[in-house]
Design a protein around this ligand. Sequence first.
Ligand code: ADP
Length: 398
Amino acid sequence: MPEMTPENQPVLIINCGSSSIKYALIENTEQPRNERIEGLAENLGTPEAKLSGHDKAQKFSIDMPNAQHTHALQAILARLGQQMPMAIGHRVVHGGEFFNSAQRIDADILQKIRELIALAPLHNPANVMGIEATLAVFPHLPQVAVFDTAFHHSMPPKAYRYALPELLYTEQKIRRYGFHGTSHAYVTERASTLNQHQTPYGWLSAHLGNGCSTCAVWNGQSVDTSMGLTPLEGLVMGTRSGDVDPGLHGHLQRVLGWDLPRIDKLLNKESGLLGLSGLSNDMRTLEQAVADGHAGAQLAIAVFCYRLAKSLAALSCGLPVLHGIIFTGGIGENSAGIRAQTIALLPHFQAHLDTDKNDQLPRGQEGRIDTGAGLQLWVIPTDEEGRIAAETRPLIGL
Ligand code: ADP
């Protein structure tokens, strides 16, 4: 049994969606990622509900027809065996203007997260449900909320205000918030650490998963990001459109008679890589299809990379000095092709890709992929769970 030091206390991380719960047990700050107990309960509330994951190296998958969130949490608790967590860290998508840092959850904090449902109707209800279910299953454990938006609180008004009448900001809190904060915070801090100098660094990070966003970070603080009031703004994503002309809504209503729920579905579920390619939202499938000559997949990837490069160039305006670009997320970490195609669009950044290093970087590993002659180019696997655990520990005195 390892000695219990403050850094050596297991924290359970919960990321609750409307029909899923992702979890990871972070035993201590030094534990290698492939030795974590982690998994996913999915399709909750349906006959296809199941729990799968790995307990350290041991994989498992259990069918749990019609299981709800509370039942799934009990099954997750059973998988932890002797490793009882000391605390629970919840990923909460929207912290609005209330929260610029992680918070220990009490009745007031939970109520504020509920109030933020108006700003995040697709995400915060599931986060609230996850917290309530976890409180029912683990009533004695301290719980902490870590917000996707909190890291972006340092953005200046010129970056977070929309060019809309002021009342919409002061009364309705309509502004840009940004998301993926734990990921952008983690990878940019890691890049600064890897440099080992005490300089203020200017980084652009690109988190490219099913959701995608860019962030400009100066001296450890977010100064601008591509997502806005909701996670729909900005880059092309798996099924989300990213930026479109705001006039599109009126046009679709006039020409096709579409109402807002239909347009929301279009922009959130039917667009992005899926809409452009007519084939898939999954980058692996698209890269394979390009190799087989699929024109839609080729166009989807071209638009994805061009919009990404444009966003990086735009966000560079927020930085006094640009030291490097960091790629992360499932696509950023694994697709050498997307990285190469994007960097090729930024020659004026003095970005020189080392194609061998880019092509040969082993999966799941961090590494520098530039020639050393200009801008630093990094691949850094993100660790949102590790970052949530790191933000949870100090709040509960660990
Ligand atoms: P999420 O945002 O749901 O956490 P991920 O970060 O896992 O998603 O990213 C999912 C995306 O990463 C998918 O588009 C998937 O195709 C892509 N991806 C995963 N592995 C590879 C790979 N080897 N090559 C290209 N794309 C990949």
